[in-house]
Design a protein around this ligand. Structure first.
Ligand SMILES: CC(C)(COP(=O)(O)OP(=O)(O)OC[C@H]1O[C@@H](n2cnc3c(N)ncnc32)[C@H](O)[C@@H]1OP(=O)(O)O)[C@@H](O)C(=O)NCCC(=O)NCCS
Length: 185
């Protein structure tokens, strides 16, 4: 019998780990992002990672990870979250899975109590999904290799105006050279 395929967003389960690696291998076309997810899962962190999957008819087709980094604010270091990576299997792209994952990621970030959720990404994609350019809001990028417009942030309920400063990525982003854009030359 024909039926409409149903997309669901839920917390990742232990038996999703291989499917999540496969999502990123295929979405990004390289192994590094899958390795980044593994490294972020096991990195020492003040906030536990938040890991969500999108499923269609029970198959994992998309994944997003939120993990802890720090904001070097004038008053003190602030524990913040970074949304990375976000990936959807190529054959399931442009059907709303990425949008649904980002929509669920925002309240999930809120629930951790973190005041800020940063990411690197397209301003046209994330600008309509709750994010704004970080620089004009008082935040400094962790690398000059991130285009200004691609340095995005969502301010959450516990955000306070003194929370400005430089985003300091957690070690796995550096260990796997997953920050900003490399000069192809
Ligand atoms: C980016 C990505 C997560 C979007 O997920 P998705 O499920 O395809 O997105 P949705 O169907 O929810 O949204 C579609 C929107 O994304 C845009 N989009 C989808 N795939 C895109 C791609 N490869 N390049 C640019 N834009 C893309 C569509 O133009 C559309 O834009 P609109 O909202 O202005 O109409 C997915 O395409 C992907 O995994 N890409 C490869 C990995 C990647 O680049 N991840 C993002 C790192 S920040």
């Amino acid at each position: 019998m024909l039926h409409d395929s149903q997309m669901l967003i839920r917390a990742e389960r232990p038996d999703d780990v291989d499917a999540v690696r496969d999502v990123h291998r295929r979405a990004f076309g390289e192994e590094r992002v899958a390795r980044l997810v593994d490294a972020l899962r096991s990195a020492p962190a003040t906030l536990a990672p938040v890991s969500l999957v999108a499923t269609v008819d029970g198959q994992v087709v998309g994944h997003v990870l939120l993990s802890a980094s720090r904001l070097d604010a004038p008053l003190r270091l602030v524990d913040v979250l970074v949304l990375s990576p976000l990936g959807v299997l190529p054959e399931h792209q442009r059907r709303g899975a990425g949008t649904a994952l980002v929509e669920r990621a925002l309240p999930a970030a809120e629930a951790t109590g973190a005041p800020l959720l940063f990411l690197e990404g397209s301003p046209s994609y994330y600008g309509r999904r709750g994010f704004a350019e970080g620089g004009p809001l008082g935040f400094r990028k962790p690398s000059l290799r991130i285009p200004d417009a691609g340095f995005q942030v969502a301010r959450l309920g516990s955000y306070e105006p003194w929370m400005t400063g430089t985003l300091v990525y957690s070690e796995p982003f550096w260990a796997l050279d997953s920050v900003g854009l490399r000069d192809p030359a």
